[in-house]
Ligand binder design. Structure first.
Ligand SMILES: Nc1ncnc2c1ncn2[C@@H]1O[C@H](COP(=O)(O)OP(=O)(O)OP(=O)(O)O)[C@@H](O)[C@H]1O
Length: 383
């Protein structure tokens, strides 16, 4: 769906921001670009909608070379979300969301109806639509930013650190929201972040960049965590790689059996057969029952917290389905690790330190358009 072929970007001041990038991003998945500051993630992203022009190489979206398309038209056909949402301050939330549909000539009524639907989809009430951006929290503004990017139903969504400026709790909520939306919409999403946990949570594939604009490895999260291609990637993923891998595997395949009876500990259920606590005589330990979709990491944590080393399993309604032992959970964790290891090694380009350029020098580049693709004059129809 999105293809980079030997793409190179060198700014006029001599900084090489992207070095020989070749990467295929298939349709309908989330590809996350991660890497430390200045390693070329944003530049790579912005070349997709021609906010930055490549120095050489080819970028295709849906099989078409982006350079063969009108830049403004291309930008309107690709959703774009940035940190701080980038909303127009003097327009209501609803009009912000309706921006691109109006630019595309949908007409006010249809554009506003689409905006209203989107508002609901991203979890905001109709009342919020009448407010101005400054009357929303940071997290709510980001939701509006996502709704605005989705309003014209583009097949591709570019997201540049969209949740970077909100606190960790709101960030998790926004990530959940994006995963939920993506399940329905199945867009081709390219997502830039510094945060490896965010990348693991959201990505179907993670592309790790290093300075000088080198792509070092691109792989599904489980494979990346199990099999970093070199010490740079391993260091970047951090010491908790194993735990992150466990957070990706679910409890679904772990065997379960009946809850123990007649032993020193018994599982107390309420009238609807929902687990309440482990009880031994007078002693009771509250139980946190888990569902099939919960991670092996939470299962291991819960089995350690449980006085009997067992995890109570429940169905979607919270009703007991059985219990799983710590040993079985451990075994499944080992199998998940082995499965991730069996992936094909995924080095994509050998870093070439000699090719690295001076970093951190900002320069103006006539090929860089910071207008985010919104032509304000054409958009004044919204006011
Ligand atoms: N317009 C420009 N002129 C000159 N150099 C630039 C320009 N834009 C970016 N750069 C440089 O290109 C390199 C890559 O920048 P880029 O913004 O793509 O990195 P990044 O990985 O997205 O960083 P961050 O995570 O900090 O946003 C950096 O060294 C940056 O200073």
């Amino acid at each position: 769906m999105i293809q980079f072929e030997a793409v190179h970007k060198r700014f006029p001041n001599g900084t090489t921001a992207v070095h020989d990038l070749s990467l295929d991003m298939p349709e309908g998945g989330v590809t996350v670009f991660v890497g430390s500051s200045g390693c070329g993630k944003t530049t790579s992203l912005r070349m997709i909608n021609r906010m930055v022009e490549p120095t050489s190489g080819t970028i295709r979206v849906g099989g078409r070379d982006v350079l063969d398309q009108d830049a403004a038209e291309l930008r309107r056909s690709i959703g774009y979300v940035i940190q701080q949402a980038g909303l127009f301050p003097h327009r209501t939330v609803l009009d912000n969301i309706a921006t691109v549909p109006l630019l595309l000539g949908w007409g006010r009524k249809k554009a506003r109806a689409a905006a209203g639907d989107l508002l609901e989809r991203v979890g905001l009430s109709a009342e919020m639509g009448k407010r101005y951006p400054h009357q929303l929290s940071g997290g709510q503004q980001q939701r509006v930013g996502v709704a605005r990017a989705l309003a014209a139903d583009p097949p591709v969504l570019l997201m540049d650190e969209p949740f970077g400026a909100v606190d960790p709790v709101v960030r998790t909520q926004l990530q959940d929201e994006l995963l939920r939306l993506q399940k329905d919409l199945n867009k081709t999403i390219v997502f830039v972040t510094h945060d490896i946990d965010e990348a693991v949570r959201l990505g179907d594939r993670i592309a790790v960049f290093r300075e000088g604009g080198h792509l070092v490895q691109c792989a599904p999260p489980a494979e990346l965590l199990a099999r970093p291609v070199d010490s740079f990637v391993a260091d970047f993923l951090g010491a908790e790689r194993g735990l992150k891998l466990l957070s990706l595997s679910t409890l679904a395949d772990v065997p379960q059996g009946p809850a123990p009876e007649g032993g020193s500990w018994e599982l107390v259920l309420d009238a609807s057969r929902r687990p309440v606590a482990w009880r031994a005589g007078e002693a009771e330990t509250p139980v946190r029952a888990l569902r099939d979709g919960d991670s092996l990491l939470s299962a291991l944590n819960e089995s350690v917290a449980s006085p009997v080393g067992l995890v109570a399993r429940v169905d979607a309604e919270g009703v007991l389905t059985g219990v799983s032992s710590r040993d079985d959970i451990h075994q499944r964790a080992g199998a998940a690790h082995a499965a991730a290891l069996s992936g094909v090694p995924s080095r994509v380009s050998a870093p070439d330190p000699a090719a690295q350029s001076p970093q951190g020098l900002e320069d103006s580049d006539p090929a860089v358009d910071k207008s985010a693709g919104f032509d304000d004059a054409a958009a004044k129809d919204l006011a």
